[in-house]
Design a protein around this ligand. Sequence first.
Ligand code: HEM
Length: 292
Amino acid sequence: MFFAGLITTWGAASSRWLIAPRVLGRRRHSVIAAARTVGLVGSTALVAGAGLLFWRQLRQFRDPFLPWQEDASLLLATNWGLSWRLTAIGAVVTVTAFIFAASDGRGSELRRAAWIVASSLAGAMCAFPAFNGHSAAVEGLRWLSIPADYLHVLAAGSWIGGLFFVLIAELRERRQTGRGNALLAEVLPHFTPVALIAGALLIGTGVLASWLHVASLDALVSTRYGRILLTKVGLVVVVLILGAVNWRVLTPRLWGVGGARPLRRNAIRELTIAHAVILIAALLAQTSPLED
Ligand code: HEM
């Protein structure tokens, strides 16, 4: 839930700044409103996921023979506590900023400022997994593993969170006008380059992280970490195939029989399997690369 929230929140921010400004006329406001809905959903999941993850880590770390009051010292006196305090404040402020970040209209300075705050915090919080997971433990190559991990999460957000944004924007349009084709025809040419660049970055940084964390090709099958990673890569291939079908086969047929429906259905499949990939990434983050 934490990773999905992070990715969805960043997807809202990147879609707001990279895609929405390129949409013309009346639809731009509707598209910004869709990004805000995605941001609200993502940041709410982020607050809930962060709470659950914090509780889990605290139970692992704390001494069960000491009273709970002692845990305040863990929160106040350790780097671990500091990273959690910053994340908790960041997540709550992000939800609040999204509440204020309705679509741009007249007198929209406050809304724009709220978008800037929400987007900056979302971008900053995407660095949390890099500092809190296996990348921070890579001896000697931390200068490479931490930025690569950060880029991996940002790219996942721009692609998968962006896809969620496209579906929500289409849903809003369909509710208002009865059809979603025209909106998809306008938004997809701007989403596609973002998804292609993000996909390439995900594969590049993912291969790099695999090389950093997996000791040998053998370890890909002999360790639990390696086997989970292989499952993840298998599902990523399915997501890539579904994305390619959306792009090359179903987008050109937007105005044909069935309208936007085949594309919408396939995009929902892509989004669902991408979330299975995120779930597996969370399993990876909890598994030691060294254990058999
Ligand atoms: C749809 C595509 C993908 C998504 C949504 C995705 C998502 C994620 C997320 C959310 C994380 C957690 C970041 C962290 O723990 O620091 C992660 C980590 C990772 N990903 Fe990906 N990823 C994708 C593709 C790939 C690919 C293609 C590879 C390998 C070729 C890969 C390999 C890894 C590795 C090795 C980690 C590090 C896990 C750890 O902390 O031990 N990912 N991914």
